[in-house]
Design a protein around this ligand. Structure first.
Ligand code: C5P
Length: 305
C-alpha cells in the first residue's frame, strides 16, 4: 500500500454489495440492527495521500455518474481525517487525491470505503501505530459501513453493520453485474420507508444470514444453496420509492442473471452471472441492460485487506 520514499500512500477502496441484509428492529438511537453479509468487489476507488503543509482534497471523477461527491467537510474522507486528528490530538495535514470509480449514491459503499482507506493511509503515512481494533472503532463512528472497508473480502456484519466477522468467500467464480439507475436513493429515507412498511413485507431476508454463514463455513462448493439465501429486507422499501427497480430486477433475470438484488439501500442492483457465461453473452447482457442504467461488470474480491 505505501511508498514511503515519496511520502505518498496509495490505498485502494473497494465497493461492496450486501449478499444478505436482514433487519431486526431498531436501537435506542433509531438505527436498525442488522445481520448483513458484506462482499467486497473488484471495483475500487483509489486514494493517494501525500504529506503536505495543509489539507486539500482533489477529486478525479472517472464515473461522471451525476451524483454529487461533496468536496467539503461533509466528505467522509475529510471527516475521517478530522476524527483521526481529534483522536491523536495533533494535526495530520495531507494532500488527498481521490480517484472515483465507484458511482456515488448507489448503495455500493464508495464513500465508506474511501473513509476507511483514509484512516488506514494516515495511520501509515504518519506512523500513528493505531491497531486494527482502534481503527475499527473510529470507523464505526464515521458510518455503519466504514468498518467493513478496513476488513474487505466477505464478512458478516451485526449491530449497525460495524461488528464484523470474516467469512470465506464463495461464488467468486461468478461475475457480478451492477446496474446503476439514473436516480440514487437516500439511505436514511430508505430505512424510514422500511419503518412504514406493512409487517408482512418487511422481512424477505429473515433467517438467511445465519443460514448463509453456516453454509459458507463448510468447505464444499454450495453455489446454488448460497444463492438461494441472497435477500435484502430493504428491497421492498426501495421498490416502493423507486418502482422502476422492480422492472430492472425482472429484466436482469430475463437477461440471464441467476440472481438479482438491491445493493444495500440502493438504488444500484447487482446480478450474478454463472461461471459458464461467455464474453459474447456478457456483451449481449450489457447491451440489453444499458438503457436502464450504467452497467458495470466486475467480480467478487476475496482477499482481506
Ligand atoms: O451510518 P450511515 O451514515 O451510513 O447511515 C446513514 C443513515 O442510514 C443513518 O443516519 C440511519 O438513518 C440509517 N441507518 C440505519 N441503520 C443502519 C445503518 C444506517 O437506520 N444500520
Amino acid at each position: 500500500m505505501s511508498n514511503k520514499a515519496s511520502r505518498t500512500v496509495i490505498s485502494v477502496a473497494p465497493a461492496k454489495i450486501n449478499l444478505i441484509l436482514e433487519i431486526h428492529g431498531t436501537d435506542s438511537e433509531g438505527y436498525h440492527n442488522l445481520s448483513t453479509v458484506f462482499q467486497a468487489l473488484d471495483l475500487s476507488d483509489e486514494l493517494m495521500v501525500t504529506l503536505a503543509e495543509d489539507t486539500a482534497l482533489e477529486l478525479v471523477d472517472k464515473v461522471h455518474s451525476g451524483f454529487k461527491v461533496e468536496l467539503d467537510d461533509n466528505n467522509l474522507v475529510i471527516k475521517a481525517q478530522r476524527l483521526l486528528e481529534q483522536h491523536c490530538r495533533r494535526p495530520l495535514p495531507c494532500h488527498i487525491k481521490l480517484i472515483k470509480n465507484i458511482p456515488a449514491g448507489g448503495g455500493l459503499g464508495g464513500g465508506s470505503a474511501d473513509a476507511a482507506s483514509m484512516l488506514a493511509a494516515l495511520n501509515i503515512i504518519y506512523d500513528l501505530k493505531l491497531d486494527k481494533a482502534e481503527l475499527l472503532s473510529l470507523a464505526a463512528r464515521l458510518g455503519a459501513d466504514v468498518a467493513f472497508g478496513l476488513i474487505g473480502g466477505t464478512a458478516l456484519g451485526t449491530g449497525r453493520g460495524e461488528r464484523l466477522s470474516a467469512l470465506p468467500t464463495h461464488l467468486s467464480d461468478h461475475k457480478v453485474v451492477l446496474v446503476v439507475p439514473p436516480r440514487g436513493l437516500s439511505t436514511p429515507k430508505v430505512y424510514a420507508e422500511w419503518d412504514k412498511l406493512e409487517d408482512k413485507l418487511r422481512h424477505p431476508a429473515q433467517g438467511n444470514a445465519e443460514k448463509y454463514c453456516q453454509l459458507a463455513r463448510r468447505a464444499d462448493s454450495l453455489g446454488d444453496a448460497l444463492q438461494a439465501c441472497l435477500s435484502n429486507d430493504l428491497q421492498p422499501a426501495a421498490f416502493a420509492m423507486y418502482p422502476e427497480l422492480k422492472t430492472l430486477q425482472r429484466k436482469m433475470l430475463e437477461a440471464g442473471c441467476s440472481a438479482a438484488l438491491l445493493c444495500g439501500s440502493g438504488s444500484t442492483m447487482f446480478g450474478l452471472l454463472e461461471p459458464q457465461f461467455t464474453a459474447k453473452q456478457i456483451a449481449e447482457l450489457i447491451a440489453e441492460l444499458s438503457p436502464l442504467g450504467r452497467v458495470v461488470v466486475t467480480s467478487m474480491r476475496s482477499s482481506q485487506i
